[in-house]
Design a protein around this ligand. Sequence first.
Ligand SMILES: Cc1ncc(COP(=O)(O)O)c(C=O)c1O
Length: 481
Amino acid sequence: MRLVDKSAPEFLYQQVIDFVEHQEKIGALRAGDKLPSLRKLSRQFEISVPTVKQAYVELERQGTISARPQSGYYLKAKQARTLLPRRAKWASCEPAEISCRSLIEQVYDAVHMPDSVALGISNPVHAHPPDKALARLMRSVLSRVSEKAVSYGPVNGDPKLRLSLACRYQEQGVLVNHDDLIITNGAQEALSIALQCVAERGDVIAVESPCYFGLIELIESLGMKALEVYTSPEDGVCVPELASVIKQHSVKACLFSTAINNPLGSMMTDAQRKNMVELLEANNIPLIEDEVYSDLYFTERRPTSAQLYSEKGLVLTCSSFSKTAAPGYRVGWLLPGLFEEKAKRIKRAQSCSTPMLQQWTLTDYLMSGEYDRHLQVLRKTLRYNCERMRALIAQHFPEQVCISKPQGGSVIWVRCRSHVDTSQFFSQAIKQGVSFAPGEIFSPSGKYKNYMRISFGVQWCERIDEAIQTLGKLVHQYPDA
Ligand SMILES: Cc1ncc(COP(=O)(O)O)c(C=O)c1O
């Protein structure tokens, strides 16, 4: 390691800058890595803490590193071109049906292929799985509940779990009672019940564009039609835009992830979210909010729930533990607002109840405080992975690609040159041991053919670097227009 030379004519802080740049050059420090603390480097080089600080401040000014509150300094991704809003390029849509069902099937299949790096699925928990803690808690639950473990549970779910969840909403200022909550089989069932509460076959549901393909498929399976609304990669749905959409179309309900959109990672500000709820309630249009990623924010605090701003009860909140703890447990919940009676009836008619063993285990996880500690580590890991993935993509993909800068979640949205059709090399990627989600499946009208979604919900290892190199090569090799 190069050490600081106190007799050299160069300022000491400049030598620290040189040291950091050298570490980056030889690959000892990579984008997303944490730099040594001020104290550690000052001890190592036998120089003062303010000298190291001066170097870090200068590197931050140059855009090489960034400071994170109460965490330290991190090396930034240099070459990543950030995906910017392109409202002018947006062609407005008519309600549409999905056109690429077989591609969606292939994306799901690819997740379970042995020896393949699955970057096509959004599974944040993979980055920091809580499996051991949950297994321990489940064993302890099993030893207590005996034959109750195999019985039917209450339709609305475990009262203690509902109480814990209600308390979490109350901490945000949302006035909910545990009786208002319905435990569901994942967020997907909550979303399905919510849609059935507010709309019928043939009705138009406004969705963000791009939008998670599972939501588009769900809307379609209920005989409804999805209408895409322009969504900015930075701050999501724009309220004046939404106002003009609801004037032009007979929108029955909106289904939005205003906190953290999948695949954009965009986040509406709390003020915008409030305006949106006011606009929709003034027009008597229910809002189904999909909050599955809300606890995986990279910002300083959790985005507020749209439920907080509802005055008429027209906001239905859906979420789950799938993105934060255990997708396989299939435990989610619904806050149905005004539609409580109807929602409970649909839940009873369609799935009767949600498995109890998983609910009891999650209740203990929440009540012990372990869940919140786990969330803190998960958020940190995902944020680190995100920087690293952006840097890797920037390194291995053609320089024209633009990469989203997610404010949370576990996926990156990549735009390639306009003639590239990412579905065309999807099978080739699978053959080469890596999967991704082609952009086309995120829009019912087939927009986004030149986009791809890549997950950073992974445990980092060399295979991830290789997988991104493979994808980069496929994009490089794509024939010119
Ligand atoms: C935006 C979004 N909503 C809902 C879901 C479904 O969640 P769950 O697995 O809890 O049903 C997913 C899963 O990928 C998702 O990404």
